[in-house]
Design a protein around this ligand. Structure first.
Ligand SMILES: Cc1cc2nc3c(=O)[nH]c(=O)nc-3n(C[C@H](O)[C@H](O)[C@H](O)COP(=O)(O)OP(=O)(O)OC[C@H]3O[C@@H](n4cnc5c(N)ncnc54)[C@H](O)[C@@H]3O)c2cc1C
Length: 387
C-alpha cells in the first residue's frame, strides 16, 4: 500500500520503518524544511520500550549517542543546590537527545520517501483511497493517511475538526534553545525556579562546547503565531525579563537562535483516532507536550498500528479498530504523567517551590514516582505480529 504519514519526528519515522518492513511504500510529509533536531534529552524505560527498539534494530545506534542520564539539579539564585534528581533516576533505561532519536529513526526506514517543507492542504476519501492535495499544489492518491504530526496535528484538524475541541491547555508553556557551554556543565541540568517561571541550562555529553536552555512558565492560553519565532522570543523576553540567576545571559542568546522550540504544555484527547482510511498516532492522538512519555508511547503505537495492519492483511477496516483497542488505554495512562510537569518545573508560589524541593529530596518520594512511571511505561501486553 501507499501510505502517507504527516510528521517527521518520532511517531512518523517509527511507523514508516515498520510499514516499509511489511512491504508497504511509506511517504512522510513534514512541514519543516528539514528534520527538526531541537529539544532536550528524552528517555525510554522498561521492557516494552526497549523491546521494540531492539526489534527495530536501533539500540546500537542509540547507545552510541546516549547521554548516560542527565542529573536535574535545582539551584537557588546564587547557584546553591536545593534538590536533585540523580542521573540514573531522570534518564530511564536509555536517554538520548530528541534530535538524535529523530535522525536515527529516519535513517532506519530506508524505504521511506520524504517530502520536506510541505503539508497536507486537503484530503478527499474515495472508496479506493484518499486523494491528497498538498500546500505546494502536488496531488497524489494514497491507500491510507496517518497523522503523526504532534499535538497541533493538521490531519486531526482536517478529519475531526478544530484543535480547541481536543487540546486542553495545562496552564504552562515550555521552550528550548541551544547555547554554548560557558559553565562546564557536562551531564548536569541546572534549573532555577522562581514563582511561575523556571529556567535551566544543561550540558551536552557529546560535545562539551554545547549546551541547551530549557524553560517553562505559567500562563493562561496565549494568542500567538506558532510559526513565528520572533513573536515567541518576545513572549519569552517579557516573561523572563525580571528573573535573576543566569536568566539574563540565557535570554540574551535568543537574539542568535534559529531553532527555537516553543509550545504550550497541553493534553490531547481525541475521542476518535481513526475515520475511514485515516488514523492518528503519537501525540496527535493522545499527546502530552512533555512529561507524558510521548517518545516511548509513539514507538509502541507505531509498532502496534503497523502490526495490526499486517495481521489484518492490510484491511484498515479490521486493523484500525484493533489498533485503538490495544493502544488507547495504555496511551492515556502514560499521558497522565504530563499533567503535573508544569507544576513540578515552575510552581506558582514560593511555598510550592519549597514543597517541591522538600518532597523530591526524599528517597521514598523518588522511589514512588519512579515506580509509577515504570508501571505506566510497561502497562501493555504486546502481541507478536507476523513479520
Ligand atoms: C522540535 C521539537 C522538540 C521537542 N522537544 C521535546 C523535549 O525536549 N522533551 C520532550 O519530552 N518532548 C519534546 N518534543 C515532543 C516529543 O517529540 C513528542 O512528545 C513525542 O516524541 C511524540 O512524537 P510525535 O512524533 O507524535 O510528535 P512531535 O514530536 O510533536 O512531531 C510532530 C511533527 O509533525 C510536524 N508537523 C506539525 N504539523 C504538521 C503539518 N500540518 N504537516 C506536516 N508536518 C507537521 C512537526 O514539525 C513535527 O516534526 C519535541 C517535539 C519537537 C517537534
Amino acid at each position: 500500500m501507499d501510505v502517507l504519514i504527516s510528521g517527521a519526528s518520532i511517531a512518523g519515522p517509527a511507523l514508516a520503518y515498520w510499514l516499509g518492513r511489511y512491504g508497504h511504500r511509506p511517504t512522510i510529509v513534514e512541514i519543516a524544511p528539514q528534520l527538526r533536531t531541537g529539544g532536550q534529552a528524552v528517555d525510554f524505560r522498561g521492557p516494552l520500550h526497549m523491546g521494540i527498539l531492539a526489534k527495530m534494530g536501533v539500540i546500537d545506534q542509540l547507545r552510541a549517542v546516549e547521554t548516560g542520564g542527565i542529573a536535574f539539579r535545582f539551584v537557588d539564585e546564587h547557584g546553591a543546590r536545593q534538590m536533585e534528581w540523580p542521573a540514573s533516576f531522570a534518564g530511564g533505561d536509555l536517554e538520548v537527545q530528541r534530535g538524535d532519536l529523530a535522525r536515527i529513526l529516519c535513517d532506519a526506514g530506508q524505504e521511506t520517501e520524504y517530502l520536506f517543507g510541505d503539508r497536507i492542504a486537503a484530503m478527499d476519501e474515495t472508496p479506493d483511497g484518499v486523494d491528497v492535495t498538498f500546500a505546494s499544489g502536488l496531488q497524489r492518491t494514497f491507500d491510507l493517511v496517518i497523522g503523526a504530526d504532534g499535538v497541533h496535528s493538521g490531519v486531526r484538524r482536517l478529519t475531526f475538526g478544530p484543535e480547541e475541541t481536543f487540546v486542553k491547555h495545562l496552564g504552562y508553556y515550555v521552550a528550548t534553545w541551544p547555547i554554548a557551554d560557558e559553565w562546564g556543565l557536562d551531564t548536569t541540568l541546572l534549573l532555577h525556579s522562581e514563582p511561575g517561571v523556571m529556567m535551566s541550562v544543561g550540558g551536552n555529553h557529546k560535545d562539551p562546547s554545547k549546551a541547551g536552555v530549557f524553560t517553562a512558565f505559567a500562563s493562561p492560553a496565549l494568542r500567538y503565531d506558532r510559526h513565528d519565532a520572533d513573536q515567541q522570543k518576545a513572549i519569552l523576553r517579557e516573561r523572563f525579563g525580571g528573573m535573576g540567576w543566569l536568566a539574563p545571559r540565557l535570554l540574551a542568546e535568543l537574539d542568535k537562535v534559529d531553532d527555537l522550540y516553543f509550545d504550550q504544555i497541553c493534553k490531547v484527547d481525541a475521542p476518535e483516532w481513526t475515520r475511514g482510511r485515516i488514523a492518528l498516532v503519537g501525540d496527535a492522538a493522545c499527546g502530552a507536550t512533555i512529561g507524558g512519555q510521548g517518545n516511548g508511547t509513539a514507538i509502541v503505537s507505531a509498532y502496534v498500528l503497523a502490526g495490526e495492519l499486517a495481521a489484518a492483511g492490510g484491511d484498515h477496516r479490521v486493523a484500525f479498530p484493533g489498533y485503538v483497542r490495544r493502544i488507547q488505554k495504555f496511551a492515556r495512562g502514560t499521558q497522565e504523567g504530563g499533567d503535573t510537569t508544569g507544576r513540578f518545573l515552575a510552581p506558582r508560589t514560593s511555598r510550592g517551590i519549597w514543597m517541591r524541593n522538600y518532597l523530591n529530596n526524599q528517597k521514598w518520594f523518588l522511589g514512588l514516582i519512579s515506580q509509577v512511571a515504570n508501571r505506566r511505561a510497561a502497562d501493555l501486553d504486546l502481541p507478536a505480529y507476523p513479520l
